[in-house]
Design a protein around this ligand. Structure first.
Ligand code: 3HC
Length: 280
């Protein structure tokens, strides 16, 4: 029997994590809060796997046999027997702590990880009974394609938990990189000031949006410019991450600039709403 893992939360990140583990041959349980949320999650997952088939990195037969290893459920009891339970619910502290406590009740010997881009892992750990078996796993979007995982360890995380998480990440074809619990960890600590600065340059009229993105793409060899990337991540997500890091650090470089805040208020959230810096 294949190794079993569970993912809680059928959103973009959750379904991306599910796909990565299915592709690596794991049995996967996906837990949703309702049948409807699961239905939307499965639609997202099918579309993404369909894209992989279209791109030629998987055959239709491989897709079909892989889907047989997925169980979707609203019952937390189904996570028992997993090596790891990965929580990927919305970035709200109260929701995350509720879900993590519930996961702990059923997880047995599984280690528990939270996928978050900005909530301090130690603050979440403090609400848990088995702090030593808990850590952060920050996946990157789109999860099936992006290799790294920031493994965020707290002062409570046991060495055995760190090793288990790292081994599982490697088995899923990822590259785990351990970091300390620090506001924004490494990725968003570097990325968010870059997006904020690019937005400020646009706000000041220093260059056009296309110009800013082109300079970074061609000059720094990034696959996407910062404004295009902000649209891809979601302007609301970027602003929320910046707000959260700003609250922790009081460092002005994380304070979202006016243009980002206005875009969030006007629901110009990027690709998902059809308009951000660019139109889609
Ligand atoms: N499932 C599985 N595999 C897929 C896939 C899918 N849905 N879609 C594409 N692939 C595979 C393709 O088959 C291809 O595999 P191959 O190399 O073996 O042929 C590979 O992925 C790359 O696909 P493409 O060549 O079609 O990819 P593109 O040229 O369109 O590039 C991209 C896509 C890699 C996502 C590129 O646009 C990119 O690098 N974008 C930037 C992404 C980024 O920076 N993400 C980080 C965001 S920040 C974050 O997540 C942190 C958060 O906290 C904010």
């Amino acid at each position: 029997m294949a190794e079993k893992i569970s993912v809680i939360g059928p959103g973009t990140m959750g379904t991306g994590i599910v796909q990565s583990f299915l592709q690596a041959g794991f049995d996967v349980v996906l837990i949703g809060s309702s049948e409807d949320s699961l239905k939307n999650g499965i639609r997202r997952l099918s579309a993404s796997i369909g894209k992989a088939v279209e791109k030629g990195s998987m055959t239709e037969d491989q897709k079909n046999s892989m889907m047989l290893n997925l169980k979707q459920s609203t019952n937390y009891g189904d996570i028992s027997g997993s090596s790891i339970v990965i929580e990927a619910v919305p970035e709200l502290y109260d929701i995350k702590t509720q879900v993590l406590s519930k996961a702990e009740e059923y997880a047995g010997n599984a280690i528990i990880a939270t996928n978050t881009s900005s909530i301090p892992i130690t603050k979440l750990a403090e609400k848990m009974k088995r702090k030593e078996m808990f850590l952060g796993m920050h996946f990157f979007n789109p999860v099936p394609v992006m290799k790294p995982i920031e493994l965020i360890v707290t002062e409570y995380t046991a060495a055995e938990t760190r090793k288990k998480a790292s081994d599982i990440a490697i088995k899923a074809g990822k590259v785990p990189i351990e970091v300390k619990d620090y506001p924004g960890f490494v990725a968003n600590s570097v990325l968010m000031p870059m997006i904020n600065e690019a937005a400020l340059l646009l706000q000041k009229g220093v260059a056009s949006k296309e110009g800013i993105d082109q300079i970074i793409k061609l000059g720094l060899h990034h696959p996407m410019g910062p404004l295009e990337l902000a649209d891809f991540i979601g302007i609301d997500v970027c602003v929320d991450i910046m707000d959260s890091i700003y609250k922790e650090t009081e460092d002005e470089k994380f304070k979202p600039v006016d243009i980002l805040c206005s875009m969030k208020n006007e629901n110009k959230l990027g690709k998902k709403t059809g308009e951000g810096f660019y139109k889609y």
